[in-house]
Design a protein around this ligand. Structure first.
Ligand code: HXC
Length: 313
């Protein structure tokens, strides 16, 4: 269903900011990534989103396309970021149909609550493969196009003036804040997200000389997202909201606005950074995933009231 603009973009940005630009996004049908893409499309971009679920990915793409007349938004399902070939085929199709890739959002992720005791070797591997290998595959498949776009959109190094053609050659990895302090029941994800942060920093150093910027957005607890559904037992929701420094959860609009900032001219000299969008949440404690710590561990119980159940219990 088409969303009101105020749900996914603030009024700060001018229409047409991303005209003639193309964004490629993994996990693009998810709640956070679809808002990021929706905001960019609203501001003029065309988009190619990929995901594993065919029906969901195509449906979300169609819905995003309604935000701007003439918007081209392609949703390609059955793409698993763990397979380089699967991803690379999607990238080839994006460039063939939309002409380029100027921006990339590496957003595909896997998550569930589990202690190390409950986590099988395969469960750990699955999250590492979706998050870390998936982000690497996304980078490998798209970087030639980002380098090409960066070359067309460089800030003049003498005058420091932006390119009249706008910006391009930018990548954002979606990470988390779990590993800043350590979060029980999120060991698998914390390890994966730390790897993603390290990857982004290396990209900034190795591809900066070619004009590419690489940054991480680390969302905190964002309302109405699959991530929160998976991490926060229902009975703890109210308590967690009350404990937030800003007294509220984040919105997907908060993440979309941060994305626009990094991709627009405002982000031209920002690279190798982690932009934490969490209302200072991580500085207080690790609230998401801290279900009844440590009693839960001692009891030997398993999680029941969150999404993302183990396949074979
Ligand atoms: C323990 C679990 C489990 C659970 C799955 N497994 N769920 N173990 N507790 N709740 C185990 C399975 O038993 C299996 O191990 C292994 O993990 C792989 O599971 P499959 O279902 O076969 O794998 P797959 O279909 O590839 O699914 C991957 C997944 C799944 C990560 C397990 O949840 C998924 O597809 N998620 C994608 C969507 C998602 O998670 N979105 C949330 C992103 S939120 P065995 O040993 O039995 O074979 C996010 C927020 C970050 O990233 C942090 C914010 C604060």
């Amino acid at each position: 269903m088409p969303l009101p603009k105020s749900d996914y973009l603030s009024d700060t940005w001018k229409d047409g900011l991303f005209t003639n630009k193309v964004v490629f996004c993994t996990g693009g049908a998810g709640t956070i990534c679809s808002a990021q893409v929706r905001a960019l499309v609203h501001l003029g971009a065309d988009a190619f989103i990929v995901g594993r679920n065919v029906e969901k990915t195509e449906k979300v793409a169609k819905d995003i396309a309604t935000v701007r007349p003439g918007a081209r938004v392609i949703g390609l399902g059955a793409v698993d970021v763990r397979s380089f070939d699967s991803l690379n085929n999607a990238v080839v199709r994006c460039v063939k149909e939309l002409g380029a890739i100027d921006y990339v959002i590496a957003g595909a992720a896997g998550n569930f609550l589990a202690s190390i005791n409950q986590l099988s070797v395969n469960a750990f591997k699955s999250v590492m493969e979706i998050d870390v290998l998936g982000s690497y595959n996304t980078l490998k498949a798209t970087i030639p196009h980002l380098v090409e776009s960066a070359a067309k959109h460089r800030v003049d190094s003498d005058t420091l003036k932006p390119s009249p053609a706008g910006t391009g050659g930018r990548i954002i990895f979606v990470s988390a804040t779990l590993h800043y302090t350590g979060t029980p029941f999120q060991g698998h994800v914390a390890v994966a997200k730390a790897g993603i942060d390290a990857l982004s920093n290396t990209v900034a150093l190795e591809f900066g000389p070619l004009g590419v910027t690489s940054n991480v957005i680390a969302p905190g607890p964002i309302a109405s997202t699959e991530g929160l559904d998976r991490l926060l037992p229902t009975e703890q929701k109210e308590k967690v909201i009350k404990s937030q420094p800003l007294g509220r959860l984040g919105s997907v609009r908060d993440i979309a606005d941060a994305t626009v900032y990094l991709f627009a001219d405002t982000g031209s000299y920002v690279s190798g950074q982690i932009l934490v969008v969490d209302g200072a949440s991580w500085r207080i404690s690790s609230s998401a995933g801290s279900a009844n710590y440590p009693d839960f561990l001692i009891s030997g119980d398993t999680f029941q009231s969150v999404k993302g159940k183990k396949a074979k219990l």
